[in-house]
Design a protein around this ligand. Structure first.
Ligand code: ADP
Length: 286
């Protein structure tokens, strides 16, 4: 396949690059469409009939009370949901028009195109900072990459504002960094594979306010290149970092979560259409 042919294909169906980070094109941005998604754990639907569009190069925040299915929807986007025994989805999710659950689509290519950052920073504890940055890249390129990784490591660490803090100790364990630095290291690991979409599941909930602001600044910077979805319990954070907000709720005990409304963040926080959204945002419920 020529590089031009590759660039014309959505990343989700491309075979892994052998030299992932260096020549990834800056695309027009990636759009994620979720259509009538219902996600099950065994026979129980956790969240039902979710339809929403995640726009390119924007930050979309998922908010709502615990247990309404925000993380489940997030994990359905990069096919991590199906890793849980008995878990499955109905409905459709497309990334730039490609059905991520299509028969010909390899889940590994989906996870390469859609990176994920978790609540608890999870650098591989025995690996160096350097090796942590390239861990995902090595996995997706199956060791087929030509040349070294130095440039990629520096670029990813610069991109996450970590380079100056760690450049003199790249061979030290990732676990030796502070919580905020570890989370930025995990973001560096996620973007080193040049994904199109970055999913973040409460990335700041274990961090102090200063580290939280550093991550929020970083998110604002990363959205110039990536499509970002963030689950957050922090209303101020949703209003600070996101362009679009989706509010999920639980209609009643034992019932699956649903998407109540999605709109641009200013509208959602100032004049939401639904009373349930207003009650949640103003702290009256949830
Ligand atoms: P939220 O992110 O909004 O807090 P989750 O997506 O984590 O909600 O959970 C939605 C529902 O799915 C909850 O009822 C939760 O108990 C259930 N759930 C989440 N993960 C699992 C799992 N691994 N196995 C079974 N049920 C789960």
């Amino acid at each position: 396949m020529t590089e031009t042919e590759r660039e014309q294909m959505p990343a989700v169906v491309q075979p892994p690059r052998s030299d992932a980070s260096e020549s990834a094109p800056v695309t027009g941005g990636t759009r994620v469409e979720i259509e009538n998604l219902t996600a099950y754990y065994g026979s129980r639907a956790a969240v039902t009939d979710v339809s929403l569009t995640v726009l390119p190069r924007t930050v979309t925040a998922f908010i709502g009370p615990s247990g309404c299915g925000k993380s489940t929807v997030l994990r359905a986007i990069n096919r991590m949901h199906e890793e849980i025994p008995g878990a499955r989805i109905e409905g459709r999710i497309t990334i730039d028009g490609v059905d991520v659950y299509g028969r010909d689509v390899d889940p590994t290519s989906v996870r390469r195109a859609v990176g994920m950052v978790f609540q608890k920073a999870n650098p591989f504890p025995t690996m160096s900072i350097y090796d942590n940055v390239i861990a995902g890249l090595k996995l997706v390129s199956n060791g087929r990459r030509r040349g070294g990784y130095d440039e990629i490591v520096e670029k990813a660490l610069r991109r996450t504002n970590l380079w100056d803090e760690v450049k003199d100790r790249l061979n030290k364990a990732g676990s030796a960094l502070s919580g905020g630095q570890q989370q930025r290291l995990c973001i560096a690991r996620a973007i080193a594979v040049e994904p199109e979409v970055v999913l973040m599941d409460e990335p700041c909930s274990a961090l102090d306010p200063i580290s939280t602001l550093a991550i929020e600044d970083l998110i604002g910077d990363l959205k110039k290149q990536y499509t970002i979805v963030i689950v957050t319990h922090n209303m101020q954070q949703a209003s600070r970092v996101s362009d679009m907000t989706a509010f999920f709720s639980l209609p009643g005990p034992g019932l699956p979560g649903t998407l109540i409304e999605v709109d641009d963040t200013t509208t959602m926080f100032q004049t939401p259409s639904r009373k349930a959204t207003e009650d949640y945002i103003t702290g009256r419920v949830g």
